[in-house]
Each structure stands twice: as structure tokens, then as C-alpha cells.
Design a protein around this ligand. Structure first.
Ligand code: FES
Length: 170
């Protein structure tokens, strides 16, 4: 697989917004991640480097620094469950345990451990999502969900399971 002409054009459009092409690395990686079905194999990073005309080592460095870029295949939908202080005080641990039992996964930060056997979800623990007023909360794909309960989480994930993935596109 390689980047489509459309994705390459999008990266070029994004690069043109910046005085220095290297500044477009993060949005270009988002374009590539969506194109590759939600994660970034090495060839995708190399292609981004080629499109931006920057060293591959720079692109690898950015992609491996930010946790929102996935370096191995993820499920159809990525669930970012906040496990920081406010959310934990408001029940995130119960949600975490519930999802681990429900999906037979481990929410420990490992993509492999956090992915359901059918590949529908990858659930990852994340630090504060900056929505503490709505704790406990999660992001599924690109959407925030707040004031969660076990019942709400079950309802949301049941609805989302059959929907197409929504990728962040800069
Ligand atoms: S602690 Fe969860 S959003 Fe801030």
C-alpha cells in the first residue's frame, strides 16, 4: 500500500500553509494515519518524509513521540479512556474494569492487549483529556463523551461498533 494521490495532494496543500514544510509534519502524519486505516507503518512515515522533503528521522521522531500516532494496527474504533485523577475519583476505574471484563482485554496502554478479539475496539488509558468537569470521560475516534456510567458506555459503544471509523483530518 502507499499513499493515494488524494492524500499526497492534501499533504502538499497543508505544507503550503506553513513557512517551513517541516512544520506540517503533524498534520501530514494525521493524513497518512487515516489513509492507512488508523495507524502508521514505517512506509507511511517514509512517504510523509518524501512528500515534505524532510529527513525520515524527523518524521519517525515526531510519530514516535506523540501517543496519538499509532505504530501498530489498532481496532476499527479507538477508545481513549481517561484514567487521570478527576476521572478516577468519579468512577473511571469502575469503567476500566467493566470494559476489561466485557471485552476480555487489558487496558494497560498496549495496543495488542487493549484490542478486542474481533478488532472492533482498541481501548487505551490516557492522561487528562481536559474535560475534567465532565469526568469520567472518554474519546471514541474523534468524539468526546462525558459524565459516563457503565450503562452510558455500553450504549455508546454498541451504537458506534457498527458505524464507520471517523478519523481526525486536518
Ligand atoms: S482527569 Fe479526566 S479529563 Fe481531566
Amino acid at each position: 500500500m502507499s499513499l493515494s494521490d488524494e492524500a499526497r495532494q492534501k499533504i502538499q496543500e497543508i505544507a503550503a500553509r506553513y513557512p517551513r514544510r517541516i512544520s506540517a509534519t503533524i498534520p501530514a502524519l494525521y493524513v497518512a494515519q487515516a489513509e492507512y486505516g488508523g495507524w502508521l507503518p514505517k512506509e507511511a512515515m517514509v512517504e510523509v518524509a518524501e512528500e515534505l522533503d524532510v529527513p525520515p528521522s524527523h518524521v519517525f521522531g515526531v510519530a514516535t513521540f506523540y501517543t496519538l500516532f499509532y505504530k501498530e494496527p489498532v481496532g476499527k474504533h479507538v477508545v481513549q479512556l481517561c484514567t487521570n485523577l478527576a476521572c478516577m475519583l468519579c468512577g473511571a476505574e469502575t469503567l476500566q474494569q467493566h470494559l476489561e471484563r466485557k471485552f476480555n482485554i487489558k487496558i494497560n496502554g498496549s495496543i495488542r492487549d487493549g484490542t478486542t478479539a474481533d478488532g472492533t475496539f482498541t481501548v487505551l488509558p490516557v492522561e487528562c483529556l481536559a474535560a475534567c468537569g465532565g469526568a469520567p470521560c472518554m474519546i471514541v475516534d474523534t468524539e468526546y463523551y462525558e459524565n459516563l456510567t457503565i450503562e452510558k458506555v455500553d450504549k455508546i459503544l454498541t451504537q458506534i461498533a457498527t458505524q464507520p471509523t471517523v478519523f481526525f483530518k486536518p
